[in-house]
Design a protein around this ligand. Structure first.
Ligand SMILES: Cc1ncc(COP(=O)(O)O)c(C=O)c1O
Length: 400
């Protein structure tokens, strides 16, 4: 074929998390007992009351195009959710419902970024942020963090990076965070928010893991800190993680009416409205509560406690205790630096662990940092226990 792929498309890397799952599934299909610890979705089923609403939408023939930004009752319910959960006041015209939070983020990036605009992203980062920024011809600027600083950026660090940039445009912040599970405090968010306001940056606040927080903490949305910060923030959230609805595909963005309506115009020419059935099911998910969300959260917290306790028993492994989401990033750098098997980075380590010990983990390098692996606890306690045993055995064997 003589048609050449565009440079923009060529530079996009495949999603490493999906690649790990695909390889693990291939091995499973070949009869190998693989434990997949790379998954990025709850292992629970969508709660019954939500599924019933989806079935009813089909039976009621609610199966046609809807308004592009989402049906009004859903956008009203999202406004009510913001008022109730976050103390944030938005009008339905400030809400855009999209096919997943992933779509919400790229819609916003398409709306605000000109070529070569810089978008600041804490490192380690969720894999799609950098790719999405590149897809709109903007430039991701990584802000490095460290395990000892709980994987968080500081306002000072952000300000220094902005001052070096000629085209600063936005900051993407994710709290609770994938892949580290860190959470920003109100004070930290205030300092970061004030820097963004001072330099005229848009804050894209990805709050998809809002409902999954542990140790009795409360999630704080950066948009609640002040009116000025709220005005500079687009809050992104969705139903995937909180309600175990990853396959239904619904996320939403809230904020400045001009940005939201322009993003809506983009969506009108790409995906149009989110599946009408999904919208009805999500309306029920958001407005009703049968206790399943809390049950899932409690189970995630139990798994996290056991997992971190066991991981730090492995010699030379340290592990930041995640405060939210369902991932943890044990530090295995000792084994990468000192092994006798020629393994030189987290990608090679994960390939070895999958092949020889049949556990699928995502290499830290996929998220921008080496020396770590991401362990998802969105799987059964039995799998978690077996996974840690296999990881310990695999690491031990590397030193022999
Ligand atoms: C940090 C983060 N943001 C957004 C998403 C995407 O969510 P959705 O399923 O709503 O597109 C994910 C999914 O893995 C995520 O981890």
């Amino acid at each position: 074929m003589r048609v050449k792929i565009a440079n923009r498309a060529k530079s996009i890397k495949p999603s490493p998390t999906l690649a790990v799952s695909a390889k693990a599934n291939e091995m499973k299909a070949a009869g190998i007992d693989v434990i997949n610890l790379g998954v990025g979705e709850p292992d629970f089923n969508t709660p019954e009351y939500i599924k019933e609403a989806g079935k009813k939408a089909i039976d009621d023939n609610f199966t046609r195009y809807t308004a592009t930004p989402g049906i009004l009752p859903l956008r009203e319910a999202i406004c009510e959710k913001f008022r109730k959960d976050n103390g944030l006041d938005y009008k339905p015209s400030q809400i855009l419902v999209s096919p997943g939070a992933k779509a919400s983020i790229i819609n916003v990036l398409m709306t605000i970024c000109n070529p070569r605009d810089q978008v600041f992203i804490p490192d380690p980062y969720w894999v799609s942020y950098t790719s999405q920024v590149e897809m709109v011809d903007a430039l991701p600027v990584l802000l490095s963090t460290s395990e000892s600083a709980n994987f968080k950026i500081t306002a000072d660090q952000l300000e220094k990076a902005i001052e070096k940039s000629s085209t600063p445009k936005a900051l993407i912040i994710n709290s609770p965070d994938n892949p580290t599970g860190c959470m920003y405090s109100e004070q930290e968010l205030q300092e970061i928010g004030e820097v963004c306001v001072k330099h005229g940056l848009l804050i894209i606040s990805d709050e998809i893991y809002e409902k999954l927080v542990y140790d009795g903490q409360k999630h704080v949305s950066i948009a609640t800190i002040s009116e000025e910060i709220k005005d500079h923030t687009i809050v992104v959230n969705g139903v995937s993680k909180a309600y175990a609805m990853t396959g239904w595909r619904l996320g939403y963005a809230a904020g400045n009416a001009e940005i939201i309506s322009t993003a809506g115009r983009i969506q009108a020419h790409t995906t149009s409205n989110v599946c009408s059935i999904t919208q009805k099911a999500s309306l029920t998910a958001i407005t009703e509560d049968d206790g399943s969300v809390e049950k899932m959260r409690v189970e995630f917290e139990k798994r996290r406690n056991k997992l971190v306790k066991d991981l730090i028993q492995i010699p030379k492994v340290t592990c930041f205790k995640p405060q939210g989401a369902f991932y943890t990033m044990p530090n295995v750098s000792y084994y990468i630096k000192n092994n006798k098997h020629g393994i030189e980075d987290s990608i090679e380590l994960c390939a070895y662990l999958l092949e020889k010990y049949h556990i699928a983990l995502v290499p830290g390098l996929a998220f921008g940092v080496d020396g770590f692996v991401r362990f998802s606890f969105a799987t059964s306690m039995e799998n978690i226990n077996k996974g840690v045993e296999r990881l310990a055995a695999g690491l031990r064997a590397l030193m022999e």
